[in-house]
Design a protein around this ligand. Structure first.
Ligand code: NAD
Length: 479
């Protein structure tokens, strides 16, 4: 049993002030794999004080030096990627190959992209022609609180920590209590990279305790949060009193429009994308809208892909999917599968209960529903499991309307060979990200949504700007 009860504060591992044990559950066995401690507002006060004390020196450190620290962090991260993959696989059940390449790998890409953006970031630049002496400056916002989820743990942590560091902020991270081991390892990386004490601090805890203490803290200027829409609302309300900036990355219910002229692989790609990470991705294309002319073939392909998707032990190599995170998510997913059946969708593959031959672990059968209608629960609620809902459509207008008619707006997808239609999709689909023909986001592009998906923009230049105050300067004497 791994015992990791300490917090990383002011450059060292310290004991919690009022220790409260919390089991981290391995979702493949349903058994505790580690014990951590949940902090209190008193621990948060200590961590925030450390961050506040470290702020003047860190913000005065020239950007090039801050960048050099993050470069060292990247080197340590790369050297210890395997350890990171093992921690992620253990705490949240991603199969080890996915955990290494995609989960731990995401951290490497985000830090790399952040460094690229940071190197060309103009911290002070002229406003423009006709405004002599007018300058725009970017100053660090100050002490920031970072609150992250369990589903892509390092993806989220690095999308926040790297830009906050280069921007000159100091920080307190509260990772998900479901998946804290990867973040504790990340804190070791920060330490090994020699980042000055107090710049990065980590306090474990739950949402009600440490999360609330951070979002209401008088000395924190900004909360950067990734997680559920429910928690995003609670954080916004609690942060209002101290007028913090709140950057939210929340849930999603992505639509994937597959037109009759889509490439041969479009349906297969969409189903596999949905099942990736056991369906636990905020940007999963969970609603597949298929033009009626190819609907029967699409259903055949979707059924085949689902039936061929293997579910298995996260410790084993391979392309299988692992369990979902915990009992409550498992129960929620089962409930939604039952609801899909009760509301009249056609169960094409998978369904309720554990996969064949499995008797423990939170494993879900890769499930596909056909003949869905926009009013069904499975077309509206974020399921966060390997469950795909498919519906046919007759016209482009109808498909766009269904795609947009959701409270969420994180990522929408379209598959078509018609360049004019691609242009229309790019401008008519309403979401923070639109991915056409299976092309994923370019390196350094911003990740974020609209509406109930939150309006943060993380990654690349935009990710750095989020941690800055934009300052209008006049009367500046250029050299
Ligand atoms: P969650 O909202 O329950 O928890 C996320 C984090 O917030 C955890 O650290 C948790 O302890 C904390 N938290 C919970 N309630 C809080 C509160 N009242 N105040 C402060 N902190 C609080 O979400 P989860 O179950 O960990 O993650 C799944 C959700 O995250 C899904 O809805 C998913 O779509 C979303 N997500 C979004 C993105 C994105 O970038 N848009 C990325 C990944 C996950």
């Amino acid at each position: 049993m791994i015992e990791k009860r300490q917090f990383y504060i002011n450059g060292e591992w310290v004991a919690p002030l009022a220790p409260r044990d919390h089991d981290v559950i391995d979702p493949s066995t349903e058994e505790a794999c580690a014990i951590i401690s949940l902090g209190t507002s008193a621990d948060v006060d200590v961590a925030v004080k450390a961050a506040k004390d470290a702020l003047p020196a860190w913000r005065a450190t020239p950007p090039a030096e801050r960048i050099a620290y993050v470069e060292r962090l990247l080197e340590v991260y790369k050297a210890r990627q395997q350890e990171m993959a093992e921690a992620i696989s253990l705490e949240m059940g991603a199969p080890i190959d996915l955990a290494f390449a995609a989960q731990a790998g995401a951290g490497i890409s985000h830090i790399t992209n952040c460094l690229t953006a940071a190197k060309s970031f103009e911290w002070l630049h002229p406003l423009g022609d006709g405004t002599p002496g007018a300058m725009i400056g970017y100053q660090p916002i100050g002490v920031v609180g970072l609150i992250t989820p369990w589903n892509w743990p390092m993806n989220q942590v690095t999308l926040k920590v790297a830009p906050a560091l280069v921007a000159g902020c100091t920080m307190v991270l509260k990772p998900s209590e479901e998946a804290p081991l990867s973040s504790m390892l990340f804190a070791e990386f920060v330490h090994e990279a020699g980042i000055p004490a107090g710049v990065f601090n980590l306090v474990n805890g739950d949402g009600m305790g440490v999360g609330t203490a951070l979002s209401g803290h008088v000395d924190i200027e900004m909360i950067s949060f990734t997680g559920s829409t429910r928690a995003g609302r609670a954080i916004s309300k609690n942060a209002a009193e101290t007028l913090k900036r709140v950057a939210l990355e929340l849930g999603g219910k992505g639509a994937n429009l597959v037109f009759a002229d889509a490439d041969d692989k479009a349906v297969e790609r969409g189903v596999k994308h949905m099942f990736n990470n056991s369906g636990q991705s905020c940007n999963a294309p969970s609603r597949m809208l298929v033009e009626r002319a190819i609907y029967p073939q699409a259903l055949e392909i979707a059924k085949k892909v689902a039936e061929e998707t293997k579910v298995g032990n996260p410790r084993e190599h391979g392309k299988h999917i692992g369990p979902v995170i915990n009992k409550s998510q498992y129960d929620k997913i089962q409930g939604l599968i039952e609801k899909g059946i009760a509301e009249g969708a056609t169960l094409l593959a998978g369904g309720p209960g554990l996969p064949e031959g499995v008797n423990r672990g939170y494993y879900v059968r890769p499930t596909v529903f056909a003949d869905c209608t926009p009013d069904m629960s499975i077309m509206n609620e974020e399921i966060f499991g390997p469950v795909l809902s498919i519906m046919p459509f007759d016209t482009e207008e109808e498909a766009v309307k269904v795609a947009n008619d959701t409270e969420y707006g994180l990522t929408n997808y379209a598959q078509t060979q018609d360049p004019e239609r691609l242009r229309r999709m790019a401008m008519q689909l309403q979401a923070g990200m639109i991915e056409l023909n299976g092309q994923s986001r370019g390196a350094g592009s911003p990740f974020g949504g609209i509406k109930a998906s939150g309006r943060a923009r993380e990654g690349g230049r935009w990710g750095i700007e989020e941690f800055c105050d934009v300052i209008a300067i006049s009367g500046y004497a250029a050299e």
